[in-house]
Design a protein around this ligand. Structure first.
Ligand SMILES: [Zn+2]
Length: 342
């Protein structure tokens, strides 16, 4: 079934990559390192627009996504351009149904599969951004966060004059469901540990632990793609899911191997789960100073943790990060000649 859709979807994906490549030509040289610094005391936004297009993994609906600069204290805000720019803030209280992807809903307006784009934005320390989208689902592109990182690199960063606010966790909080669990604990940096265990010869037990920064995200997680088991394809399709799934945007695991190798990392599955976790933690609405440990968790547990954390203000405080490393000056990236401004 997936193979049947392969050709049809491929041409659409080539279209989306063409957009990215065109952007590539506009700004030379293409950056080789991420300029974005999430240790900054000051808020940031992007310096210029960036866009891409592609099919949504679950709905199969083709959409265009455009990243735009936003003023200080805006946060990360999606805008449905097909619905008069209806805004949906990337915050825990807008989480809707969560199963195989994280969906946001506000006043009945839905937006699906936000996690990979949010993981890239959050890891890069972008505090304020508008994400314009003309469909119900964020394009899946190649199934990883790499195309979104390329968009952000094209966009560059612009520091704002307003102090960055962090959500600093003061007390531990744990959520359990059977043998799955997730916990968040006090820390002076944003650190994640993600453990997966799938009974499959290529997966098994995999664990990722890292301090989240633009560089660690880019190097360790951004390229890890989403995956599914071949045996789950028909059941998922009958549930109305993965209508846009193809061998170009998801690793498909057969009973004893992978249908569309090679893998990008031997432990690509565990890395992708960590990517998903970070994307869901972005719904905290502010950069976290906390350590998060996820054990066989998924979108449902990730978002439950965020919702319960936000619902109990005794567990955290908002800090302007006075203890964060002080920068010598407000410095613009080489790609961002725009003045620092709110
Ligand atoms: Zn994912």
């Amino acid at each position: 079934m997936m193979r049947n859709r392969h050709t049809k979807t491929k041409s659409r994906l080539q279209c989306s990559y063409k957009l990215l490549k065109n952007m590539d030509k506009e700004v030379k040289p293409w950056p080789t390192t991420c300029y974005l610094n999430n240790d900054s005391m000051f808020q940031s936004t992007i310096a210029r627009e960036a866009s891409a297009a592609g099919v949504g993994l679950h709905t199969g609906v083709f959409g265009h996504v455009r990243l735009l600069p936003a003023p200080a204290d805006t946060g990360i805000v999606f805008r449905r351009t097909d619905l008069d720019n209806f805004p949906i803030e990337a915050q825990g209280h807008n989480v809707a149904r969560v199963s195989y992807a994280t969906s946001l809903m506000k006043q009945g307006v839905l937006l699906s599969t936000t996690e990979h784009l949010l993981a890239a934005i959050y890891s890069c320390g972008i505090d304020n951004i508008y994400i314009d989208i003309d469909s119900i689902e964020i394009p899946i592109l190649d199934g990883s966060a790499e195309p979104f990182m390329q968009m952000l690199e094209h966009a560059g960063v612009r520091k704002l004059r307003r102090k960055r606010r962090y959500l600093k966790v003061l007390e531990p909080l744990e959520v359990e469901e059977g043998d799955r669990r997730i916990g968040i604990y006090p820390a002076d940096e944003f650190r994640v540990r993600c453990y997966v265990d799938f009974p499959h010869p290529l997966v098994g037990q995999q664990e990722v632990e890292m301090v989240v920064s633009p560089d660690t995200f880019r190097q360790l997680l951004a390229r890890a793609r989403t995956f599914c088991f071949e045996r789950d394809i028909e059941p998922l399709r009958s549930m109305g899911l993965i209508r846009g799934g193809s061998l170009e945007n998801a690793i498909v695991l057969t009973n004893d191997g992978v249908m569309n190798g090679p893998l990008r990392f031997p432990d690509e599955f565990g890395r992708h789960k960590a990517l998903d976790l970070i994307g869901d933690l972005a719904l905290a609405g502010l950069p976290l100073l906390a350590r998060v440990e996820a054990y066989k968790a998924g979108h449902a547990l990730h978002t439950q943790l965020v919702s319960r954390l936000l619902a109990d203000p005794s567990l955290w405080t908002i800090t302007t990060g006075e203890t964060a490393p002080v920068e010598r000056e407000i410095q613009l990236t080489t790609l961002s000649p725009a003045p620092a401004t709110d």
